[in-house]
Design a protein around this ligand. Structure first.
Ligand code: CA
Length: 155
């Protein structure tokens, strides 16, 4: 019997293309939505071409949605990518959403309709800018197999 479970608290390991100051990648998954970068709870890359941030869920899940809390100075030109490949650091996995301009300091939900992947990337393709993310959450569903009691087979 399989049960579909939805949850948000699957842990993961966050990495990013570079780090500015104390803005390590895990600041975007520390459970704190503070959107003021100076308060130290946002991930923050250097100003580089195509900066990215990635969450490794350690196994493949169906991703129902991704919720992002944007910094007080906003974010533009970003995309959410989900998949199992690490080619180009995972940034060319299938696209869930385009974030053309995000409202500064807002939290927005992007629906990914059960896209499957081990990696959730947020990337700013082809632009030279910083990528700052104050919190990234996800709603995931996965199936738990409930094993029936072993059945002895008569031969
Ligand atoms: Ca945070």
């Amino acid at each position: 019997m399989a049960i579909s479970i939805q949850e948000t608290n699957i842990a993961g390991i966050a990495t990013q293309s570079s780090q500015s100051g104390a803005g390590s990648a895990d600041k975007a998954i520390d459970g704190n939505h503070d959107s003021n970068v100076k308060h130290g709870s946002c991930s923050n890359t250097l100003t580089n071409l195509s900066p990215w941030w990635r969450l490794d869920l350690m196994r493949t899940y169906k991703i129902n949605s991704v919720m992002i809390t944007f910094p007080a100075n906003g974010l533009k030109n970003a995309e959410i990518r989900i998949g199992n490949s690490l080619d180009h650091n995972g940034n060319i996995n299938p696209r869930c959403a385009v974030i053309s301009v995000a409202t500064p300091g807002s939290t927005k939900t992007y629906v990914c309709n059960g896209m499957e992947g081990r990696y959730i990337n947020i990337v700013v393709p082809g632009k030279r800018q910083q990528l700052i993310l104050c919190e990234v959450e996800k709603l995931i569903s996965h199936r738990e197999e409930k094993r029936l009691s072993p059945v002895s087979m008569a031969v």
